[in-house]
Each structure stands twice: as C-alpha cells, then as structure tokens.
Design a binder for this molecule. Structure first.
Ligand code: SF4
Length: 220
C-alpha cells in the first residue's frame, strides 16, 4: 500500500469510528425498525428511485394489500402498477412480481441472508442486496449508495467518479465504514449521509467530522 493509500485508509477508519460514537442522525424510516425481511425487501425495492419520506405511505399500503412474497407474486399487475405509480415505478412492476415469484419458488418464500445470494433475485443490484442483508438480517455489510459515495468523496477530497457507482478507489474504501471495521451501524451511516452530509448544502457546522473532512477544511 502506498503512503497516500495508507493515509486515505486511516482517514476513513477515523471517520468511521467517529460516526460510530455519534448520532443518531435524524429520524430513521419505519422499515429500519422492521423485523420482517419481506417488509425491508419491499422498502428497498421501492427506494430505487425515490426519497424515503415519499416511499413510506406506498410501502405501508403495499404491505397491507400484499403481506407476503406469495401474495405479491400473485398480485394483479394493474392494481400493483396503480399503487406504485406515485413513485414512478409502474414499469418496474413486472420485475417486482418476478422477484417475489423467484423468492417463493427458489427459497420457499424466505429471503436468503447473504448479499451475494440476494443478488440472484431479479432486480436486486449490489446496493439493494447489501441494504436488505444489513437491515433485515443485521449482516455487517455497507450498503454503498450514491449518498455514501458522495460522502466519501467529500471526506477524502477524491473525485466522485461515476454518478452512481463512484470510482474504484472510493469503492475500495467503503468496507472501512462498516461495523466489522469499527464503523457505525449501516442505518446510522445512511442517515448521516442523508441528513448531515446531504446532497445539497451539507450541514458541516453540525458534523462530527469537521476537523477530518477535506471538503470542510477547504471551505473553512
Ligand atoms: S464536514 Fe461537511 S462535507 Fe465533510 S463529512 Fe461533514 S457534512 Fe460532509
């Protein structure tokens, strides 16, 4: 490892430890307190394109009408499309039904816990699989969405890279933010990147990382 790589790794580890000892950051969304993996799965599927506060009402109604993978797999496609239309997800309905059918047929209606296995389900990308694994099963993985990658870019001063995938260097640092490395619980990290190190006008004045962060030091 080069000196620069070591410096970046140490910086991210220090920030992770600080975040683990700070917070909470804002109100967690309702599915974060759910013990039911199906409810977490539905939430993460609906969150693909839309903010958490907008998703909550549709999520509750979807769970009420279709309370299991079996019910979702058998749902009327038109009714389901009307339900998720406010989230702009009408076109993803066939994929959602396929995912539910896959869980029923392949796993007997019970989600697997491992992120790698979850990615075999139709429509489950690396982020969604990691989020379900972390939030539904408490696995120590880091769901690295665009918010987490943006935070890492600001913290390290590294270019943000691809708009949704970040850069290989940023992605290589993600694991250091996880609880297995002394970092915060995944939910706390996600809340931090949405409420404090938010997309626009980050709240640097309230941030526990002000003395570590490259972006804040440049601005200050
Ligand atoms: S100091 Fe500001 S830019 Fe840096 S991590 Fe905190 S909120 Fe984000």
């Amino acid at each position: 490892m080069t000196c620069e790589a070591e410096r970046l790794a140490a910086l991210v580890s220090a920030a992770a430890a600080r975040l683990a000892a700070s917070g909470p950051f804002g109100e967690p969304p309702p599915w974060r307190t759910e013990a039911d993996p199906y409810a977490v799965f539905v939430a993460e599927f609906l969150l693909v394109r839309t903010r958490a506060d907008v998703v909550a009402r549709v999520w509750e109604e979807l769970l009420r009408r279709y309370p299991s993978f079996e019910a979702l797999a058998a749902a009327d496609e038109g009714e389901l499309a009307a339900l998720v239309a406010p989230l702009g997800l009408r076109k993803r309905v066939p994929l959602l039904k396929r995912a539910a059918a896959h869980v029923v047929e392949r796993y007997g209606g019970r989600l697997p816990e491992e992120s790698g296995e979850l990615q075999k389900i139709p429509g489950m990308g690396p982020y969604t699989a990691a989020a379900v694994s972390a939030f539904a099963f408490g696995r120590p993985v880091v769901p690295a969405d665009v918010n987490v990658l943006r935070f890492l870019s600001r913290l390290t001063g590294l270019p943000s890279g691809h708009p949704t995938k970040g850069s290989p260097t940023l992605r290589s640092l993600v694991a250091r933010l996880g609880p297995a490395e002394g970092g915060p619980e995944p939910g706390r990290l996600i809340d931090f990147t949405r409420h404090v190190c938010r997309p626009r006008r980050p709240r640097c004045g309230e941030c526990p990382l002000g003395d570590l962060c490259g972006s804040a030091l440049l601005a200050g």
